[in-house]
Structure formats: C-alpha cells, structure tokens
Design a protein around this ligand. Structure first.
Ligand code: 5GP
Length: 201
C-alpha cells in the first residue's frame, strides 16, 4: 500500500518516452523484415496490446498484415498453472509466414510460452515476439522475447492498453499503481498534472 498522503499511482512511462521507444522498435523491425518475400503478420494479443500494435505498425515503414488473437488468462483459483486457452483465434493461416507476436507486457511468461508453442505448431516461416514491457523479475516460464520496449519493475501497471477490470486502457501514459482502491475512488487523480513521472525505469 502507498504511504498515507502519497500518490496512489505515478507515471512510470510517459507518453513521449513510449512514442520514442515505439519508433525505435519499429525502425528495428523495418530493417529486419524489409527484404522478406511476403509482409510479416503482426499478431496483437487482445486486448492489452491493441494500442501498442496500432502505434507500432504505423511507425514501421514496411507492408505489414495484422491479425489478433485472444487468450484466456489463468485465474487466481488455478494459481499460476500456465493453463491458458485461445478464446479468439487468428483469422489468417500463418503457415510459411513471418509472424511477429505483439504483447503488452510479459509477466510470469506463462501466457507467452503457451502462445509461442501454439503458433509454432502452425509452422510459420519465423516467429518472433515484441513486448512493450518485460517484468522479468516475475518470470516463471523462461520464454524468448526478441524485442523489448522497456524492462519494468515488479509493479502493477495500467494505461496505454493495459487495464484494471476493463478500465484505464485509454490512458496515454503507463502508470504504476500503488493503491488501486484510491485510484478507483478518485477519478480526478487521472487528470493532467495530478500524476508525476517517476524515474525507476
Ligand atoms: P503472464 O502470463 O506473463 O503472467 O501475463 C501476461 C498478461 O498478464 C499480460 O498480457 C497482461 O494482460 C497481464 N498483466 C501482467 N502484468 C500486468 C500488469 O502489471 N498490469 C496489467 N494491467 N496487466 C498485467
């Protein structure tokens, strides 16, 4: 819990910093996929990665095909079992294609581990992952992430696509939340100027 009188949330990644890093990631992806025979298929993992994917593909200077997949997350009653399943599958057949999975954040790695295995079975020409954030301290399943936007500490984050109970996805910055109850009960806190950036990552 955040100390009495302290801020319930603070800006971990400001929008300008995100935009800069997205440009860099898109630049790397552009050069890596420029000479491939067919446009790569960028697979956004719903719903958290939708905003990141939208910015990333627009910052890249190559032809890109997009598709989406939705995975059920394991719930607290299952513990960290790694049991996940596909709720909404891809519309495209990705066999023989270059696939780039676009994730919002990798935490335990269980979801991405499942997804990588499920997509490998479809025999893509190549499979890589770009994640906006990597919370490596919490990793249970070691899983490769070829492109990482930011290494982040073990904090609960919302904004720029990431939610808490469906809310806060539309915040342009990524916030580290210290006191969810206070954040929920005081929507005014999200107004411009009430939250200050922190410099932990
Ligand atoms: P993992 O399977 O790696 O533990 O979890 C990955 C998913 O959990 C992410 O795609 C994201 O939806 C969710 N997640 C993990 N950490 C956070 C976080 O700090 N904030 C939010 N909003 N979601 C998170």
């Amino acid at each position: 819990m955040f100390p009495e009188g302290g801020r319930p949330a603070e800006i971990l990644l400001a929008r300008e910093r995100i935009a800069e890093r997205v440009e860099e990631l898109a630049g790397g992806l552009t050069s890596d996929y420029l000479k491939r025979p067919e446009p790569p298929v960028f697979v956004g993992v719903l719903r958290g990665a939708a905003i990141f994917l939208a910015d990333l593909v627009r910052a890249a200077s190559i032809d890109i095909v997009t598709d989406f997949i939705s995975i059920s997350s394991y719930d607290a009653s299952e513990g960290q079992s790694g049991i996940v399943r596909i709720v909404k599958d891809l519309d495209l057949d990705v066999s023989g294609r270059d696939v780039v999975v676009v994730e919002d954040i990798v935490d335990t790695g269980l979801t991405l581990n499942y997804l990588r295995n499920a997509l490998e079975q479809r025999q893509p020409a190549s499979l890589r992952v770009v994640a906006l954030m990597d919370k490596a301290a919490r990793r249970i399943a070691p899983v490769p992430i070829e492109y990482v936007g930011f290494e982040v500490p073990d904090l609960f984050v919302v904004g720029y696509g990431l939610d808490f109970q469906g809310r806060y996805r539309n915040l342009p910055d990524v916030l580290a939340v210290h006191d969810l109850a206070r954040l929920i009960n005081d929507p005014g806190l999200l107004q411009q100027g009430h939250l200050k950036p922190n410099v932990r990552c």
